[in-house]
Structures are given as structure tokens and as C-alpha cells.
Design a protein around this ligand. Structure first.
Ligand SMILES: NC(=O)NCCC(=O)O
Length: 394
């Protein structure tokens, strides 16, 4: 059973001797020592009582002569839904609020400055069903809806920037729906929002029945603690999406996701994509996935020959951070709620840019020209055949 493997880390820890484990850590994570950060006893006790995992790791940078360190505490929360999906909409939403509030309170006590939840954290990921009712009723205003109002108070209480991915109903534009990440500042104001740019059309991910590709571009939100951006779930497969956040100056890019082990979500890709984005764009990334099975009242199919079923599969958690040098921390578990904290020095972004020169060597001008040719209707792919070479010689 999928759910039985706790995490990749547990497989490694249980099977390697201390020398081999150090070597594994050096080669896979990028450092022998995970730089674990001690947590308050009260946080550990609260996590135990509410049955969620908690862990914290540091990503330090070298001391600079001209800039002080820019240390930011960033948290991510992964969780399962709270009550069965056949309960009334507001009951389900409030049950998730109650459960997640306990985790936010611990993050607040740990001094977390910026926190991000998984994709559409306040509802079940019901889009596999293709049913409109009651799932569309989870949608709410990004600026004034109950979820933003609930989080606004916590943002002020803990001076925390909160990234909240919700199903947005745009009441000013004919009530249409979007998959939107709302960025709430530490003063409780909505700084702005990111609508999901890439909507999946794979397996049971039938989201295109509910909302369209986002129209907000690639905004970077200049918060009190740093410049952040949000690449929502399926956007992690699109390198240009990641790239644009870097071009706009993002220092941390969150990837709130809802993904499963099967081919449509592909667990074996999870550990690569957000990490690769951190490397190529020289910024921090945080990949956050939901947890558990979500069973729906009615069976559904997705025209893929599979028998009708009531759940999409296991959402495998495994949320993790990567630093701009590509070093990453251990992930949260595959099957448990959790709070993962990273104490990051944002100075590392520029240090890695100076050292590796990926921006200086990126040749944007060449790609702009090539891509504009690709878009032409009569574009001919630049393919050279052996016979063409022979013809040239004649
Ligand atoms: N939520 C979402 O976009 N999932 C699509 C499947 C995936 O690629 O993870």
C-alpha cells in the first residue's frame, strides 16, 4: 500500500550505516549535516498533541562585508482534509480551519515570518469528480472571503505573511472561478494574488472543467521579509513559469501543490522539479503537497479505461525546501500533517548568482528570437539530416 511508506528519509535512515548515511546525505541532499534547528519544547508538545510532524533546518550564507545577513524564517504546512466530503461545505471548511489553526499557532510561536499552505488548502481536491455541486460552493472572494478574513487575523497576530491558495470566485467579473494564491501581508492586507498559469489535463486532474489559465502573469510580491512568488502546482512542470519569477526578482518561490503518486502526479519527479528550479534560477523554493486519501460520495471516471472510483489516490505530502545552491532539506512525511520550517539567509541568492553566473550566461536574446520563430505558422523545426550534409558537400 502507498500509505505505508512513511518517507524516503525513513527508508534511507533505517537502512544505512552512519558512514553511508553521511555519504548519501552529501551526494543526495548536498551536505552531510542537515543543519537541524532546535524547536521550542512547547512546539514539540503541541505537535504531539495535535498529531502533526514538525521539523526545522537552516540554510546559512557566507558573511559579507557590505550587507548584513538577511535571515528569514519560512514555514510550509501540509495536511489532510478534516472531515468526510459528504458533510456541508461550511462545516468542512471550518473543520480544516480549526485543524490548521493549531499548526499556524505553533509556527507563530516559532517566529515564522512567511508561511505557505498546499494548493486549495481549505477544501477537498474535488475536481477529479467533474461535478459542479457542491464543490463550486467552496469558492470565495480572494479579498473579502471567509478564508482571507480568518487568516488576516492570524497574519496580524503573528506579524506573518501568509500565502493562501483558494478557489476564487471573482464577483466583479460575472462570478467566474479561478485557482488563486492570495498573498496576505503581515499587516493583514491582501498584497496581491497569483492565478494558476498552467491547468492540468492529465488523468483524474479534471480542473479545466472548473477554471481557466490564470491572467495575472508572474507577479513578485515585495513583502517586509523578502520578495516572494507562487508557482501553483502544475506550473512546476513548466520551466519558463519558474524562470519568469526569477526575472521579476523573486527570492523565494512557493509551489503549493495537490499531487499523487500515479503517472498524473508522478512522485519520482517531485523531488527534482522544485529543486531544479532553485538551481537554475538561483532562488529558494518550497514544494508543498497535501496529505491522505479524499473519498467522494459519487464514483467518477476520466475516460482512461480505469474502473469507476471514488478517490484520486494518495496525496503523498513530502513537502521540502531547496536553497539557491541546490542543497535541500529532508522532506516531511508522505502521510502525516506537518509543519516544516526553514531558517534561510536570503543573501545566499546573490552569492550563488555571483559564483555560478547562470543569469549572465542565459542568452535570453537568442531564445527570444528562436521562440518568436517557433510561433510562426510556417515554422520549420531546425533539424539537420545526414543527407542534408551530403548534399552540402556536393
Ligand atoms: N494540482 C495539479 O495541478 N495537479 C496536477 C498533477 C501534477 O502534475 O501534479
Amino acid at each position: 500500500m502507498d500509505g505505508e511508506t512513511k518517507s524516503l528519509e525513513s527508508i534511507i535512515d533505517n537502512n544505512l550505516s552512519s558512514h553511508d548515511l553521511e555519504e548519501f546525505n552529501r551526494i543526495y541532499y548536498g551536505r552531510k549535516n542537515h543543519h537541524e534547528v532546535p524547536l521550542k519544547d512547547t512546539s514539540i508538545a503541541a505537535a504531539k498533541e495535535s498529531d502533526f510532524e514538525i521539523a526545522a533546518y537552516a540554510f546559512p550564507a557566507k558573511k559579507e562585508h557590505t550587507r548584513p545577513p538577511r535571515i528569514v524564517k519560512v514555514g510550509v504546512i501540509q495536511h489532510s482534509i478534516a472531515i468526510p466530503t459528504d458533510r456541508p461545505v461550511n462545516e468542512q471548511k471550518n473543520a480544516i480551519f480549526a485543524k490548521v489553526k493549531k499548526i499556524i499557532d505553533v509556527a507563530g510561536q516559532e517566529g515564522v515570518n512567511i508561511i505557505c499552505f498546499q494548493e486549495l488548502w481549505n477544501m477537498p481536491f474535488a475536481f477529479c469528480t467533474r461535478e459542479k455541486q457542491p464543490w463550486c460552493e467552496f469558492a470565495e472572494s480572494a479579498e473579502e472571503g471567509p478564508t482571507t478574513r480568518f487568516l488576516r487575523e492570524l497574519a496580524i497576530k503573528y506579524s506573518m505573511v501568509i500565502v493562501s491558495s483558494i478557489l476564487e470566485r471573482d464577483e466583479k467579473h460575472a462570478d467566474i472561478l479561478w485557482n488563486t494564491a492570495v498573498v496576505i501581508s503581515d499587516s493583514g492586507n491582501v498584497i496581491g494574488k497569483q492565478r494558476k498559469n498552467h491547468i492540468p489535463r492529465v488523468g483524474d486532474f479534471n480542473e479545466s472543467n472548473y477554471y481557466m489559465e490564470g491572467n495575472t502573469g508572474h507577479p513578485v510580491f515585495a513583502t517586509r521579509y523578502g520578495k516572494i512568488a507562487v508557482n501553483i502546482c502544475f506550473g512546476r512542470h513548466h520551466v519558463l513559469n519558474w524562470m519568469m519569477f526569477g526575472q521579476n526578482g523573486a527570492e523565494i518561490v512557493f509551489n503549493p501543490s495537490a499531487t499523487i503518486a500515479a503517472e498524473a502526479g508522478s512522485e519520482y519527479m517531485w523531488n527534482i522539479e522544485a529543486r531544479n528550479a532553485a538551481i537554475t534560477n538561483c532562488y529558494y523554493t518550497a514544494a508543498i503537497n497535501r496529505v491522505g486519501y479524499e473519498e467522494f460520495p459519487n464514483e467518477f471516471t476520466s475516460a482512461d479505461g480505469k474502473p469507476a472510483h471514488k478517490d484520486i489516490g494518495l496525496f503523498y505530502g513530502s513537502s521540502y525546501f531547496t536553497a539557491p545552491d541546490g542543497v535541500r532539506c529532508p522532506g516531511l512525511s508522505r502521510n502525516k500533517d506537518g509543519l516544516l520550517i526553514s531558517v534561510m539567509d536570503l543573501n545566499l541568492n546573490r552569492q550563488i548568482r555571483d559564483r555560478r553566473c547562470y543569469y549572465m550566461t542565459q542568452r535570453l536574446d537568442m531564445y527570444v528570437k528562436s521562440l518568436s520563430r517557433v510561433l510562426e505558422l510556417d515554422y520549420k523545426p531546425q533539424v539537420v539530416h545526414e543527407n542534408d550534409k551530403c548534399k552540402e558537400k556536393e
